[in-house]
Design a protein around this ligand. Structure first.
Ligand code: S3P
Length: 166
């Protein structure tokens, strides 16, 4: 059995893109945590934020973390906020948590026109401050850091090597 791999990092760092490549390379399942939450809730994330607030979203996210941590042979792309909470770090403790460490400017270019509630609610400066506050927490949550702006195949290679899977 292959330990579940959980990718973490700031919005726009490439968790879903790299996660899909990794899952294909390992021949295992891929789950995007945000899509999983949306399917369970029957609502999209901006709707959950506007109806239940961020706090309500974090509850659904925690439930998803517990359910996804129990999966086998799966690569999970976590939501950018999930691994900032001790209870989710705890839930994912049986998994291999990998931080995709991508510079703010690269992430922000990818997300600035998206419908993500935190992007819509915050200025670029506030997002940069959020990035800087969060980065040490991703580092602490992960057992492996994959650096920079590698192409998805190269990032997947770095994850596989770092985890001793090739
Ligand atoms: C969030 C990141 C989003 C999503 C939600 C909150 C965050 O996921 O879970 O909008 O707090 O960083 P992505 O990192 O997949 O965009």
């Amino acid at each position: 059995m292959q330990r579940t791999i959980v990718l973490c990092g700031f919005m726009g760092c490439g968790k879903s893109t790299v996660g899909r490549v990794l899952a294909r390379r390992l021949g295992c399942d891929f789950i995007d945590m945000d899509s999983y939450i949306e399917a369970r809730a029957g609502r999209i994330i901006p709707q959950i934020f506007s109806e239940d607030g961020e706090e309500g979203f974090r509850e659904l996210e925690h439930r998803a973390a517990r359910e996804l941590a129990a999966k086998e042979n799966t690569v999970v792309a976590s939501g950018g906020g999930a691994l900032l909470f001790a209870r989710n770090v705890q839930a994912f403790s049986p998994c291999a948590v990998v931080f995709l460490d991508v510079p703010f400017e690269v992430c922000y270019r990818r997300i600035r026109d998206s419908s993500r509630p935190l992007v819509r609610q915050n200025s670029r400066e506030a997002m940069l401050a959020l990035y800087e506050r969060r980065r040490p927490l991703y580092l602490r949550a992960a057992s492996l850091r994959v650096a920079g702006e590698l192409a998805p195949e190269a990032a997947a290679d770095a994850v596989l090597s770092g985890l001793g899977l090739r």
